[in-house]
Design a protein around this ligand. Structure first.
Ligand SMILES: [Fe+2]
Ligand SMILES: [Fe+2]
Length: 263
């Protein structure tokens, strides 16, 4: 299907394990599936906590075009500056208007297609963010009309809120997908409108863990109720990704497929 834009979507990339797996497999995946554009969530790139210049650059070199973010956005102090300087880095649109960076970006593929990516964060069990629905409306009003696909990373805990967003944006965008839970869901669907949806892409990280963190440290916090430093698992990551094919004339999704590469 030569006329479609193939977009590879990755969820949260967790620490060195996630980065290593992508270094090994991402260039081949992009080649094999004729991927035109790749987006990933970078909030856990740096040992599970935020994004650094080096870890972001590592992902861009492997073929990632845009890095979205989430509640770990400001874990690394330097990121406050970096996000201002690089249009490939975005953060949730419904963060405070005083926060640095932008909530959406438009980037061009090698074939000249313009892809918009919007980042939102949920309110349920998450934090005192502004309304993601109003932020989504604002983003759509700001994004230029000449884009050929619109992707929405809804970084959220509650499945219901993510599904709510998919119906709120039904017929207006190409793909609404969840990140943040670090667990993939098998509910990928293309609605009659041409908008695709998946509740969570799932992390690229170790599944012999507690959402990418070493079991000892995470479990001890739960059982002993004592403060303990979380440590990301360093090897053995599984890649979960979703490939969507978008028709540029209509921005509609025509095919959706989950991909899994185990260690
Ligand atoms: Fe995450
Ligand atoms: Fe998160």
């Amino acid at each position: 299907m030569p006329d479609l834009i193939n977009i590879l979507v990755l969820g949260d990339i967790v620490g060195r394990a996630g980065r290593r797996a992508l270094a090994e497999h991402l260039p081949r995946l992009i080649d094999q599936h004729h991927v035109d554009f790749t987006v990933a969530n970078g909030e856990n790139l740096a040992a599970g906590f935020g994004t650094t210049r080096n870890t972001a650059e590592e992902m861009f070199r492997l073929g990632v075009d845009v890095l979205t973010n989430g509640n770990h956005c400001w874990d690394q102090r330097d990121f406050l500056r970096q996000i201002e300087q690089d249009e490939r880095l975005i953060r949730p649109m419904n963060f405070s208007s005083r926060a640095p960076g932008r909530g959406w970006t438009v980037r061009e593929t090698a074939a000249g297609h313009r892809i918009a990516v919007i980042n939102l964060i949920g309110q349920v069990f998450m934090g005192p963010w502004a309304c993601p629905f109003e932020a989504a409306e604002r983003a759509l009003a700001e994004i230029p009309d000449d884009v050929q696909a619109i992707l929405v990373d809804m970084h959220a805990e509650a499945t219901s809120e993510k599904m709510g967003m998919s119906w709120f944006l039904d017929g207006k965008v190409s793909f609404v997908y969840g990140t943040h839970t670090h667990v993939p869901t098998c509910d990928e669907v293309i609605h009659a409108s041409g908008t695709a949806y998946q509740s969570d892409i799932g992390m690229t990280g170790s599944y012999q863990s507690i959402i990418g963190m070493k079991v000892e440290s995470a479990l001890a916090r739960m059982v002993d109720k004592l403060p303990r430093r979380f440590e990301a698992v360093e090897r053995g990551a599984t890649i979960f990704a979703t490939l969507v094919s978008i028709e540029p004339e209509t921005r509609q999704c025509k095919a959706i497929e989950r991909i899994c590469i185990r260690p």
